[in-house]
Design a protein around this ligand. Structure first.
Ligand code: NAD
Length: 463
């Protein structure tokens, strides 16, 4: 039986980063992963391939619709979907191979197969045929098994006409009509990809708004923008069934007419992966949502067993899992590790992008925290004009008495990059005055953040 100081189960952004940090700190570390490629959902069938398709589809859309505004005339613009999909796959395989390289560099042992507990401190690796290929003794274990797409009662994804994000990253042809169930991160990002490539896209959302959890003012602006781009939203809409037929799918809605389409994308959230881990063998129980309960140091109820990422509570975001992976490894070695959950950004990589950190205006009202608000539109920013992307705004929320920044919400060009300054500001406990007095290069989109900070104090310059 091989022996390790730490065995990480799952090599997604949480697991592989935890393994690297633990190895840096001197632990003899192994990682068990059932997929041939390392990197988890994020690298293989999530963040990375979707970003590749978002970029390609945006270029196609711009070539058809906005190059002429720049004085660039194209005679013909043609979609070559196989090349677009191949480019995405090359990006994925390059990055996943990169993690093999990082494991080798950090002397992390990789086991191929499904990891399951045999008892306290002992894990087995099981291959696809169910055969035990390894027995491992581990002083510590981190469960980092991630999540998988959730489905709805009455709807069985068939991997073809009714698919999840995995299938929607590789439709072999552009659907004529794509129905997306769920107006969250995945539904909007992948809906936009296929809209740009020529599909009619209808998004069905149970709640009366899109992007639940994001600041409502920003989400409302996002909805208007996406509607202008051509997405049809049906809000407050409960889907009861999706029935595949010969030529397509019929989607049934409570109290409404059924919708016929040729493909359905289910994007109604994700559920934690704990099946197959044999948690019973160590007496570890999951919560009613199927998540592994942990304390603030990622410790489960079983000594030496930790859990991080999508399999525990909190937003299912790659960078949240990475922070937890580092903090968990540091806790195991040094006894101390910390994640500041107030400074975890969320980004929707549509065009315009939507990015957020800290509290929303609704949360501040609910918590009774007094706040000041400053907003600044990209329309009044010179760089946004030059780029030709003037939609959206930056909204900054600061404490009414202390001026400490409590939340920043952006819809607009490169919002996902711009939010980094706000994240750093919140991490350092900055005030809006700090940002307002910080020099921002001109002309840059980042000036909108400075102007929003000036607006908090009623002294905005450019509007
Ligand atoms: P989500 O939680 O973001 O959105 C799911 C949506 O489905 C919600 O709006 C919900 O109200 C709706 N819904 C639920 N049941 C419904 C029903 N019966 N009918 C209609 N609508 C229904 O989930 P997601 O978009 O599937 O994404 C899953 C996870 O992956 C999220 O936690 C997200 O954070 C993460 N993710 C992040 C990114 C990113 O960071 N850019 C991208 C993709 C996914």
């Amino acid at each position: 039986m091989s022996e390790f100081d730490l065995v990480v189960v799952g090599a997604g952004p949480g697991g592989y980063v935890a393994a690297i940090r633990a190895a840096q700190l001197g632990l003899k570390t192994a990682c068990i992963e059932k997929e041939p490629a390392l990197g988890g959902t994020c690298l293989r069938v999530g963040c990375i391939p979707s970003k590749a398709l978002l970029e390609s589809s945006e270029r196609y859309f711009e070539a058809r619709h906005s190059f002429a505004d720049h004085g660039v005339k194209l005679k013909t613009v043609e979609l070559d979907l196989p090349t677009m999909l191949k480019r995405k796959e090359t990006i994925v395989s390059t990055l996943t191979r990169g993690i093999d390289g990082l494991f080798a560099k950090n002397k992390i042992t990789r086991f191929k197969g499904t990891g399951r507990f045999r008892g306290p401190g002992v894990l087995e690796v099981v291959d696809a045929s169910g055969k035990v290929t390894e027995e491992i003794s581990a002083k510590n274990v981190i469960i980092a098994t991630g999540s998988r797409p959730a489905s709805l009662p009455g709807i069985v994804p068939d991997g073809d006409k009714i698919g999840t994000s995995t299938e929607a990253l590789a439709f072999p042809t552009v659907p004529k009509h794509l129905v997306v169930i769920g107006a969250g991160y995945i539904g909007l990002e992948l809906g936009i990809v296929w809209l740009r490539l020529g599909a009619k896209v209808t998004v069905l959302e149970f709640l009366p708004r899109i992007l639940p959890g994001m600041d409502a003012e920003i989400a409302a602006e996002a909805q208007k923008t996406f509607e202008k781009q051509g997405i049809e939203f049906k809000l407050g809409c409960r889907v009861t069934a999706a029935k595949p037929g010969k030529s397509g799918v019929t989607v049934e809605i409570e109290g409404g007419d059924p919708i016929s389409c040729d493909r359905v994308l289910m994007a109604v959230g994700r559920i934690p992966n704990t099946e197959g881990l044999a948690l019973d063998a160590i007496g570890l129980k999951v919560d009613p949502k199927g998540r592994v309960p942990v304390d603030e140091h990622f410790r489960t109820s079983i000594p030496g067993v930790y859990a991080i990422g999508d399999v525990i509570a909190g937003p299912m975001l790659a960078h949240k899992a990475e922070e937890e992976g580092v903090a968990c490894a540091e806790t195991i070695v040094t006894g101390y590790g910390h994640v500041n959950y107030d400074a975890i950004p969320g980004v929707v990589y549509t065009e315009p992008e939507i990015a957020s950190v800290g509290k929303t205006e609704e949360q501040l009202k609910e918590l009774g925290i007094p706040y000041k608000k400053g907003t600044f539109p990209f329309l009044a920013n010179a760089r946004a004009r030059a780029i030709g992307a003037t939609g959206g705004k930056v909204k900054m929320l600061a404490h009414a008495e202390t001026d400490r920044i409590l939340g920043v919400h952006i819809i607009g060009p490169r919002a996902g990059d711009l939010i980094a300054e706000a994240v750093a500001a919140i991490e350092f406990g900055a005030s809006s005055e700090d940002i307002a007095r910080t020099s921002h290069a001109h002309p840059t989109l980042a000036e909108c953040l400075k102007e929003a900070a000036l607006a908090v104090d009623g002294r905005v310059i450019h509007i």
